[in-house]
Design a protein around this ligand. Structure first.
Ligand code: UT7
Length: 350
């Protein structure tokens, strides 16, 4: 059986910084409340009309990941794009990315709809394609543009202060034989050797409406919305039962991290780094404490970017790599929980 490895990582966030003080001009909130409850100090929002979209941010992150991997767009075999905020209701942004990267290189493009767990689900799918030998180089992207769809009034404050925009990408390649460094051979930065050891995916659809955007949808189609023309209809905005999500998150994060550790016969002390989905700093800190991890074993950047859903893990991974937080052979844990509910983990030998 073949195995897969991460050849290169990249990320892109919009320039426009939105501070907690900026939000307090729009709604009844405060810097202190947001920092105390979430750890977030600022986030990035696209400037509407400025050219950034979910697909284009994914493209910019992908260019960096490809460059770092030393892989050209024409060498890719497949694209996997995870997002909950696509440019269009359909088609998904995978095909937009395919066109932006290399319009005549008509590889397949798959869209993943697993929200905060989307990137880890996408890594798992890429890993399976590579293990079976179907593909050799897969671009995996997580990108979100939340800001345009948030209720920026006091009514939506429990959700709107959390989410931010941005994108991250990785190139996943085949580890054909022990010791071969495909990234270096191709003239890249040679992350080589890294290996996806296992991935673990879960869902519990009974809680689907606890964190969801209900409209527009086949249950509330555009013609009905126009006919009703109801300015008080909140179903177009994300709804989140915050406490309920929080309680499930801390349980499921711990479960799925332990599942990955057990599957590989290692303990939390063996982890060099854990990158949790950046949902809330309090969730990350709770997990850290529960798993007995030291500060340097957990990577958090939610303070600067907020919760970027499917993009949060690849953005954090890209920053962690740039900061030299991972060396060859280190054990890396990725873990996520979110809307669906879905949750997932991946253990990677760097
Ligand atoms: O990424 C996917 C998964 N998402 C998550 O994991 C998020 C999980 N949930 C959370 O992170 C937290 O539940 C929140 C950060 C969303 C909310 O924090 P909380 O400590 O659970 O606050 P709460 O919803 O219980 O609200 C406490 C109070 C309420 O006021 P009253 O009823 O006590 O008077 C809210 O109305 O805080 C109020 N509140 C706010 N106040 C100022 C809610 N949002 C805000 C706000 N600014 N932005």
């Amino acid at each position: 059986m073949k195995s897969s490895m991460i050849l290169g990582v990249g990320h892109y966030v919009p320039d426009h910084v939105v501070t907690n003080h900026d939000l307090s001009q729009l709604m009844d909130t405060s810097h202190d409340w947001i920092v105390e409850r979430t750890g977030i100090e600022e986030r990035r929002h696209v400037v509407l009309g400025g050219g950034d979209t979910t697909a284009s941010m994914g493209y910019r992150a992908s260019l960096l990941a490809l460059k770092n991997a030393g892989v050209s767009a024409e060498e890719l075999d497949f694209i996997i794009f995870a997002t909950l905020s696509p440019d269009y209701y359909f088609p998904g942004p995978g095909v937009q990315l395919q066109e932006m990267l290399a319009p005549d290189h008509t590889i397949g493009a798959l869209d993943i709809r697993n929200q905060c767990s989307g990137f880890v689900y996408a890594i798992s799918v890429a890993d399976q394609f590579i293990r079976t030998g179907m593909y050799r180089r897969i671009l995996v992207v997580g990108s979100e543009l939340h800001s345009a769809g948030l209720d920026m009034t006091t009514r939506g404050r429990n959700v709107s202060v959390i989410f931010g925009d941005g994108a991250g990408a990785v190139v996943v390649g085949i580890a054909e034989e022990e010791g071969k460094e495909e990234g270096k051979e191709a003239g890249g930065t040679g992350l080589g050797m890294s290996k996806v050891l296992s991935t673990h995916l879960h869902s519990e659809g009974r809680h689907a409406r606890e964190l969801a955007v209900i409209s527009p949808s086949t249950q509330h189609w555009v013609s009905h919305i126009l006919k009703e023309n109801n300015p008080n209809d909140e179903s177009y905005y994300p709804y989140m039962n915050g406490n309920f999500v929080f309680k499930h998150a801390i349980t499921r994060f711990a479960e799925v991290i332990n599942e990955a550790l057990r599957a590989n016969g290692v303990s939390s002390g063996d982890l060099k780094l854990m990158i949790p989905h950046q949902a809330n700093l309090r969730i990350s800190q709770y997990i850290q404490q529960k798993m007995g991890l030291r500060d340097e074993q957990v990577y958090n950047n939610i303070m600067r970017y907020g919760n970027t859903t499917a993009a949060s893990i690849p953005i954090a991974l890209s920053e962690a790599v740039a900061e030299g937080r991972l060396q060859r052979g280190d054990l890396l844990m990725l873990a996520a929980f979110g809307s669906g509910f879905t949750w997932a983990s991946a253990l990677i030998r760097w």
